[in-house]
Design a protein around this ligand. Structure first.
Ligand code: BMA
Length: 308
């Protein structure tokens, strides 16, 4: 098994949150000042989402702040686009600051907001960096030829939901977009794919842990897979593991708010070559597991399917 589930799963549930929520899931996680910081999504009891913060010494035992970290903007240009909630945060550290990309929902659709923080005490919204309908934006933790790079997943009925790359000089204006990976017909990720955790740098390439969706008579199944991007040119996908690395198997992944879902927004590489992967179980609880970065790269390379 490539991903070993933490024996104490789920690591965080609504019962750990000191304000009323129905779920705790789809969290971005980073290491900051020797501690693990988790920014997680919760459904409030009206069905709309907010973001909370939890802190841990060991990456598994988290304590939740007494107040939410981000709620929909109450005024300014973000208000109109966050009316229905803020969801699925990803965090990356680049050039001295943490960037948080999150889904902003409103009656105008779903688009991506970018917020910045240095300390996770205060957070400042920077820009809405896509129009509707986009989800799953992850920013690379390094620049390429002086440009920021991001993976994203536009909504399209013509070409199935696929992964694109775009570049920006300033995090505000994005362009040079290119389609780089598509779902594969009659395969576990045939319906949709989307970036998951921000890409992780390894000696063999950027490791991209993504989610794939398969439609069944009993609804959709969300699983995780892994792809390897070229270190110097992340628009080049070197290999994609043909098989998933994680699928809903435990009770807390099979039943919950939405059943049969494992969905990642964050993974933390460690100095010993392991990686802690965090995922939402059935859109209701937070789970963690560990994997080995070399083994994940092997998984991409030794039984690879084509990205396009
Ligand atoms: C996606 C997003 C995720 C969610 C997943 C499974 O479309 O809404 O936040 O985890 O569906 O319900």
């Amino acid at each position: 098994m490539l991903v070993k589930r933490y024996e104490g799963n789920p690591i965080l549930t609504k019962d750990d949150v000191p304000y009323p929520v129905a779920t705790v899931h789809n969290a971005g996680v980073v290491k900051h000042d020797g501690k693990y910081i988790m920014i997680f999504r919760s459904h409030k009891l009206n069905g709309r989402s907010i973001l909370g913060k939890a802190v841990s010494e060991d990456g598994f035992n988290f304590k939740v702040d007494s107040e939410p970290f981000m709620t929909p903007a109450a005024d300014g240009p973000f208000k109109e686009y966050e009316e229905y909630g803020v969801e699925d945060p990803r965090i990356v550290f680049i050039e001295g600051e943490y960037l948080i990309t999150y889904s902003a929902y409103s009656g105008h659709g779903v688009r991506i907001g970018l917020a910045k923080t240095n300390d996770f005490k205060t957070v400042k919204r920077f820009s809405l960096i896509t129009e509707a309908d986009y989800r799953n934006v992850v920013i690379f933790p390094e620049k390429f030829n002086g440009l920021y790079a991001r993976l994203d997943r536009p909504h399209s009925e013509i070409s199935p939901w696929s992964v694109w790359i775009s570049y920006s000089p300033d995090l505000r204006y994005w362009g040079e977009s290119k389609l780089i990976m598509k779902p594969l017909k009659y395969h576990w990720d045939e319906m949709k794919i989307g970036p998951g955790a921000p890409p992780i740098k390894t000696s063999r390439g950027w490791l991209n842990i993504y989610h794939g969706v398969f439609p069944t008579m009993d609804g959709c199944v969300y699983r995780l897979g892994v792809a390897l991007h070229d270190l110097n040119d992340p628009s080049v996908i070197l290999a994609v593991g043909d098989e998933w690395i994680l699928q809903p198997e435990e009770v807390y992944e099979i039943t919950g708010y939405v059943h049969n879902v494992v969905f990642t927004c964050g993974a933390v590489p460690e100095e010993d070559g392991s990686v802690k992967i965090y995922w939402g179980g059935a859109d209701k609880v937070m789970c963690a597991g560990t994997a080995n970065l070399e083994e994940l790269a092997d998984h991409c390379v030794y039984n690879s399917r084509k990205p396009l």
